[in-house]
Design a protein. Structure first.
Length: 116
């Protein structure tokens, strides 16, 4: 089970019980989200995708995860950060966690030029 071992090494902040619970569920599914192989350059991409999927599974609901911009106690008021407009629901879903955001960055086809 290389995926579980690699995941635990890469993301020690995740509880081992959660990893052991969710990775067997996610492992047969992640290839539908990413068309690459679990080798060489794809490892970091897939591990971030799996981390994103675990966070989403753990939330236990279908609502998106949103960052709070402000809170109030008197008269109860919460304001959420407006997300960036995207071209797809998939990107919106992936932007809901830092792991999904990394996945998007790692899978961009055109990263632009690097100047030294």
């Amino acid at each position: 089970m290389a995926l579980i071992d690699d995941f635990k090494a890469r993301f020690p902040e995740f509880d081992c019980a959660d990893v052991d619970k969710y990775i067997p569920i996610i492992e047969p599914v992640w290839p539908y989200y990413y068309g690459g192989d679990y080798e060489d350059r794809g490892i970091e991409i897939i591990l971030n995708l799996v981390a994103h999927m675990i966070v989403v599974e753990k939330t236990g609901n279908s609502a998106t995860v949103k960052d709070e911009q402000s809170k109030s106690v008197g008269s109860v008021s919460v304001t959420y950060v407006a997300g960036m407009a995207s071209s797809s629901l998939r990107d919106d879903w992936l932007r809901s966690t830092k792991y999904g955001q990394r996945y998007l960055m790692l899978t961009r086809s055109r990263m632009g030029a690097v100047f030294v």
